[in-house]
Design a protein around this ligand. Structure first.
Ligand SMILES: [Zn+2]
Length: 181
């Protein structure tokens, strides 16, 4: 039997933890750390939607500022009519019918290329949908979906420089250009 040490105890604990298969999509990603954190919050269902803040008795209503529906993160990122228009514009029509935002990583429209690029593309869309939602929620400003897509495109063009030199950014640039409608 091996002697007990702190490191062997830690290693055995880490081995017994369930593997988070989505962690790779969050951290193996050309997006900025701030966006990865946003993705991590979303993955753990902790995006501060009105539903979550209402559940914690921080605000009085759980209604979406755009359509009045119950606003959880699923509504914000996939189902709000405002978001549906954006998905339709880029031809991701089935996005509102997905059971989880994580299924966006399986969209056939994504380039069959580097995993960092695929994750960056989805993250740019989700991040800018979230920023658009906040602009309406806190500033009363409604951003047209074309502007949200343009912001996602600009993010992707900046994040291209965060890719390792060994990764060809062509497919990322093609998608970024296709978001300018
Ligand atoms: Zn809504």
């Amino acid at each position: 039997m091996l002697p007990f040490t702190a490191s062997s105890f830690y290693a055995s604990r880490m081995d017994s933890r369930p593997i988070d298969v989505f962690a790779e999509a969050i951290w193996h990603n050309a997006a900025t750390p701030r966006c990865k954190h946003f993705l991590w919050l979303t993955h753990h269902d902790r995006l501060p939607s009105t539903a979550l803040l209402h559940r914690r008795s921080i605000i009085d209503s759980s209604a979406c500022a755009y359509c009045g529906s119950y606003e959880d993160q699923h509504h914000i990122l996939l189902q709000c009519p405002r978001t549906r228009r954006l998905w339709r514009l880029i031809g991701w029509d089935c996005a509102p019918h997905l059971t989880s935002f994580r299924d966006l990583w399986l969209m056939p429209q994504l380039p069959d290329s580097n995993a960092r690029i695929r994750s960056a593309i989805v993250t740019s869309l989700l991040w800018n949908i979230w920023k658009c939602r906040n602009n309406l929620q806190f500033n009363g400003v409604l951003t047209p979906p074309q502007m949200v897509l343009r912001a996602a495109s600009e993010d992707l063009k900046m994040w291209r420089h965060r890719l390792p030199h060994s990764v060809c950014p062509d497919s990322l640039m093609r998608i970024a250009d296709s978001f300018v409608i």
